[in-house]
Design a protein around this ligand. Structure first.
Ligand SMILES: *Cc1c(COP(=O)(O)O)cnc(C)c1O
Length: 393
């Protein structure tokens, strides 16, 4: 079947919730993707910050293949070995105490919201607790996660959402303070806002929010779904700030390609007990084999140090582009989570880049988002810069 036929077949049958780019991706190798016409693309999007190990990590693939032959799914009514191992590795990497595995990021957010509400409920037996979220945040598409997503356009048609949510301005501590009252049970934020346009939190803001939470017995939830798993050079972005949350959400690169998420919490926030929460697939042997292997490989291959080194080079090169091109007004980000802010729409550049064999994505109207596999080298950075420069004009 030809490429056009695949696209027609898909559009005839799939709900049209995405304006997809006009390529059909078929296979991956190293940090490159290939389409059904044989075109090769340097991948600086990584399936939206998912494929941190690229496409050719043999150890990762072999582990999954073996696990498929052994056991793919049981249920959470029983223990399984990969689940036990993955849980221990995530707890060790985070320094938190308890984890619940989910199938996606949005479900991790649901769990975090439930844990926070239950914590507050256990304290005062009231059912009117409130959560403070941030403008321009993104936490997912299920109704709970959508309720804390600070983007009116995503929310409007789906109201009424869950109640008791108010929105502060990111990096504006006074705006958070103004919303706190005796019903507030949690504050949720991304240490680096992703979809909202690649905005890193300031050190003072995270420290200030942590103190507000401590002073008022409010749980601090960090959404590390995009900025976590080594993307900024520490396993979790908050570790780079030295500001620890009570609850953290993970997904995206947690399994490097299998659908898995998690909410991870300290003992104080571990409020959910049998009957409160559950999932059929969450933490099954297949996805937990991936999670477990990902932690092993990060460790063995020194991924965090590698990210620190190669991202320094990337930042240098991106800053040169900011100097050189009038249409690029700014660079924002940390590690291998970078945004180039344009004085025009970003999508035409993304389309041009695709023609030039480079996959990039946007983060809002005028931001080019750069979230490559964490295993890229300086050579790939040079190749990306060359292709991007060709796409800017
Ligand atoms: C992608 C993302 C989510 C949602 O994750 P899904 O797996 O798409 O449900 C939530 N929060 C952040 C910060 C994200 O980047």
């Amino acid at each position: 079947m030809s490429t056009n036929n695949y696209m027609e077949q898909a559009e005839a049958n799939l709900l049209h919730t995405y304006n997809r780019y006009q390529i059909v991706l078929e296979k991956g190798e190293d940090v490159y993707l290939f389409d059904t016409n044989g075109n090769k693309y340097l991948d600086f999007a990584a399936g939206i910050a998912v494929n941190s190990l690229g496409y050719s990590n043999q150890e990762y693939k072999d582990a999954l293949k073996e696990q498929i032959d052994r056991l793919m799914h049981v249920s959470n009514l029983y223990y399984n070995q990969p689940l036990a191992e993955a849980g221990e590795k995530l707890i060790k990497a985070s320094g938190l105490d308890k984890v619940f595995f989910t199938n996606s990021g949005t479900e991790a957010i649901e769990g975090a919201i439930k844990a926070a509400r239950k914590y507050a409920y256990d304290k005062d037996k009231k059912t009117d607790h409130e959560i403070i979220a941030m403008n321009h945040s993104f936490h997912g598409r299920s109704l709970g996660a959508l309720s804390v997503t600070g983007n009116p356009h995503y929310q409007e048609a789906f109201k009424p959402l869950i109640g008791g949510i108010s929105f502060a301005d990111f990096n504006d501590l006074e705006s958070v303070k103004a919303l706190i009252n005796d019903k507030t049970c949690a504050i949720i934020l991304e240490p680096i806002q992703g979809e909202g346009g690649i905005y890193p939190a300031t050190q003072e803001f995270l420290e200030g929010v942590r103190k507000l939470c401590d002073d008022n017995d409010i749980l601090l939830i960090f959404d590390e779904i995009q900025c976590g798993m080594g993307r900024t050079g520490t396993m979790f972005a908050w570790q780079g700030y030295g500001v620890k949350p009570d609850i953290m959400t993970c997904a995206k690169a947690l399994g490097c390609g299998v659908p898995v998420g998690a909410f991870v919490m300290n003992n104080k926030s571990a409020s959910l007990v049998p009957g409160d929460h559950g999932t059929t697939y969450g933490g099954n042997p297949l996805v937990c084999t991936a999670v477990s292997k990902v932690f092993d490989i990060y460790d063995k291959e020194g991924i965090l140090d590698h990210v620190k080194e190669v991202s320094e080079y990337l930042v240098q090169k991106l800053d040169m582009l900011v100097e050189k091109y009038e249409c690029i007004t700014q660079r924002r980000g940390a590690g291998l989570m970078q945004g180039l802010i344009l004085n025009k729409a970003a999508n035409p550049v993304i389309l041009k880049a695709l023609e030039n064999g480079l996959i990039l994505i946007t983060a809002g109207e005028n931001v080019i988002r750069i979230v490559p596999p964490l295993v890229i080298t300086k050579k790939h950075v040079d190749e990306m810069i060359g292709k991007l420069e060709k796409s800017l004009v």
